[in-house]
Design a protein around this ligand. Structure first.
Ligand SMILES: Nc1ncnc2c1ncn2[C@@H]1O[C@H](COP(=O)(O)OP(=O)(O)OP(=O)(O)O)[C@@H](O)[C@H]1O
Length: 290
């Protein structure tokens, strides 16, 4: 098991002086498990909580006023707490307050910020909904990818890894010298995917990576995602994209998981009315399982 999310619940604090004094219930008791190497789809309509889940895993909800409960076990140990072979140090496991288990899984939701930062990109990478937000406008794409690689692996040949990743995603070494604003929206998405690829994490969380792209670029990105060695948690409202790439699906509705299973089973015989409605809309648009 690579990622084991157990009863994840997120509330957003009400905005100061806002009309509604109650917290916003964004996720409620969400549990799901992702295996190494698989592409796992998280399907849900707008507002169902998909982005909240993606951001909770990498510790990006605090600034938005998110209050997080539950567990999210990732099969990785922060480097400062690990033996050279990656297993947790005995003293860390013995410490009751430690978020690291003896089997080497770490609760991402309980990790202090510094240690979570050490796992980001190296073990878990978020490709956010708007790729521009993940890139620094002042630096070239190649420099940013090299820097991300070096930060987590000072011995790595960062230049080669950046070139290989850009090549693999069809951006070619020629685009490495471009700044983000010189790339199209689809190229920027691929640049952030290339950054994740170059850092070689075990899990990539991709939040709506195809939204707003033309059909050719969309297909290209989905092919890229399907070909990665890393596990991918693909978060999307685009059922067609998930049907093409995900081996298993969880369907999120109003902050709750209403259905999970192999993609074929979920789409073939949905047991939940919300899944059935999404599936029927997809079929009406020409979608088919085969
Ligand atoms: N910073 C925030 N403060 C308060 N409420 C928020 C905040 N961010 C999201 N929400 C609310 O939490 C719920 C889930 O939002 P979220 O963005 O996770 O859904 P989503 O499924 O990703 O939607 P979309 O596909 O439209 O991006 C919604 O009701 C949303 O209004």
């Amino acid at each position: 098991m690579l990622l084991d999310i157990d009863s994840l619940t997120v509330r957003y604090r009400p905005s100061a002086g806002g009309a509604d004094p109650d917290p916003v219930r964004a996720l409620d008791d969400v549990s799901l498990r992702v295996e190494r190497g698989e592409t796992y789809g998280l399907l849900g309509e707008s507002g169902s909580g998909k982005t909240t889940l993606a951001r909770a895993l990498v510790g990006l909800l605090d600034d938005a006023g998110g209050v997080v409960r539950g567990r999210a076990w990732l099969d990785a140990v922060p480097p400062a707490w690990a033996n050279p072979d990656g297993t947790p140090r005995a003293a860390v496991v013995a410490d009751d307050a430690s978020p690291v288990r003896a089997d080497g899984a770490t609760d991402l939701l309980a990790l202090p910020d510094g240690h979570l930062r050490d796992l980001r990109w190296a073990e878990i990478a978020l490709v956010p909904q708007r790729a521009m937000g993940a890139l620094d406008p002042a630096y070239t794409v190649g420099a940013q990818i090299r820097e991300a690689v070096r930060r987590h692996d000072s011995d790595a040949d960062a230049g080669r890894r950046a070139r290989d990743a850009l090549d693999r995603l069809g951006l070619g070494a020629t685009r490495a010298g471009d700044r983000p604003h010189e790339l199209s929206g689809g190229e920027r998405q691929r640049a952030v995917l290339a950054m994740a690829l170059a850092c070689d994490p075990a899990l990539i969380v991709a939040d709506e990576p195809t939204t707003g792209l033309d059909a050719v670029t969309r297909d290209r990105i989905l092919d890229d995602i399907a070909s990665l060695d890393a596990a991918v948690l693909l978060v999307s409202h685009d059922l067609a994209a998930l049907a093409e790439t995900a081996t298993r699906l969880a369907v999120l509705h109003d902050g709750r998981v209403v259905e999970t299973g192999p993609t074929e089973a979920v789409l073939g015989e949905p047991t939940n009315p919300h899944t059935a409605a999404l599936r029927d809309a997809w079929r009406l648009g020409g979608g088919a399982w085969d």
